[in-house]
Design a protein around this ligand. Structure first.
Ligand code: CA
Ligand code: CA
Ligand code: CA
Ligand code: CA
Length: 363
């Protein structure tokens, strides 16, 4: 009888422990509207990968499409003392990041044309509803815009930091950097030698097959001798020279990975850029309305729209107590194994052994 009671107690205990650890292993889900940040003191490496253990603690907000595309955007957000980090992932089977790039065919440079994949965030600076909102003739500052472009900005590791007021979208101010057309015609004014090499650049359209790249992929101006580029010819040269801008336009740093089926983009921005005219300021306890859209090799209004039957305004919420006070230990668990499950399994295993010993002894 005693053995049976002990056995029952141990079985219940094992069950409770298992449930406890299983519950811990479930990724926290948002309410569908709120992207709540998780606080960390870990170093977040901006590389387009969420290998940092801090990301495991970040709640996922899944934003469903409203245009029938079925493309959901999954967002996670972290903060530390100085920065906000956002990890965005969405399915896109085509990696379109060669907008207007150059392919050398052995005799001349072909321009591959095309557009690029994109994701953009609009952070409210006063607007109530973000997506589909037409600023009209209002002159108030409405949105802080982060516009990641797979070709023009991603190549340089940044997202275009802009703003939207009553007269439309504008780029934040900068003192250097940004993206520039990698086109001899577009840059001809910078070099009379190149202009001469093309014959009469004024009759050649920029990015046409008669045009040529101005810089190589390291951003070095290509030297032309007698109409032939004197540098070693690569297979492909980007359509833009892209350099992280200095100034307000370069506040949003990114890195991205296309894994064959989806884009993964990791963003980093100061909680307070100091550019309060065109950037949203985040702080502990703040809740910021925002919207997000992704484009598949397109621009303008042809973007995928997210947010449910009626466009919702989402919120980036930073808990009021979000000041880091403890240092967490980086996870060393191999990919595919979860530490909490391993501990749970070990506890259950020990209990089973104890039960077996007790039963054998009682007999
Ligand atoms: Ca990372
Ligand atoms: Ca694509
Ligand atoms: Ca801005
Ligand atoms: Ca800015």
């Amino acid at each position: 009888m005693k053995t049976k009671k002990l056995f029952s107690v141990l079985v219940v205990l094992a069950f409770v422990v298992t449930i406890m650890f299983a519950a811990q292993n479930v990724t926290a889900q948002s309410d569908g509207i709120t992207l709540t940040t998780s606080n960390t003191t870990d170093t977040i490496t901006i590389d387009g990968e969420k290998l940092e253990s801090a990301w495991d603690d970040a709640e996922a907000l899944v934003i469903p499409s409203i245009d029938g595309s079925g493309v959901d955007v999954v967002l996670r957000a972290l903060t530390d003392d100085t920065h906000v980090y956002i990890f965005a992932a969405w399915n896109d089977s085509t990696m379109d990041n060669t907008r207007k790039g150059w392919a050398y065919n052995g005799t001349h440079w072909d321009n591959v044309g095309g557009n690029e994949d994109r994701i953009s965030f609009a952070w409210s600076l006063g607007a109530d509803i973000v997506c589909g909102h037409d600023p009209g003739t209002a002159d108030a500052m409405l949105f802080d815009i982060w516009h990641w472009k797979a070709s023009r900005t991603a190549v340089g590791g940044w997202a275009d930091d802009k703003f939207w007021d009553g007269s439309g979208r504008h780029a934040d101010s900068k003192t250097a950097g940004g993206y520039s057309d990698n086109s001899v015609v577009a840059q001809a004014e910078n070099s009379s030698v190149i202009t001469a090499a093309l014959g009469n650049s004024t009759t050649v359209a920029a990015f046409s097959d008669a045009d040529r790249p101005f810089w190589d992929n390291s951003g070095t101006e290509i030297t032309w001798v007698g109409g032939v580029n004197s540098t070693a010819v690569g297979d492909f040269i980007n359509g833009y020279k892209s350099v992280l801008p200095t100034g307000s336009r370069g506040d949003v740093v990114t890195e991205s990975v296309h894994n064959g089926t989806a884009w993964n983009v990791e963003f980093k921005r100061a909680l307070d850029t100091g550019n309060t005219d065109d950037d949203v300021t985040f702080s502990a306890g703040s809740s910021t309305p925002f919207y997000v859209a992704v484009h598949n090799n397109s621009g303008d209004d042809s973007h995928f729209k997210a947010g449910g039957a009626v466009p919702s305004t989402f919120q980036l919420s930073i808990p009021a107590d979000s000041t880091p006070t403890t240092t967490t230990t980086p996870s060393t668990t191999p990919t595919g194994l979860d530490q909490t499950l391993l501990i749970g399994a070990a506890v259950v295993g020990i209990l089973v052994v104890v039960i077996a010993i007790v039963i054998v002894r009682r007999r």
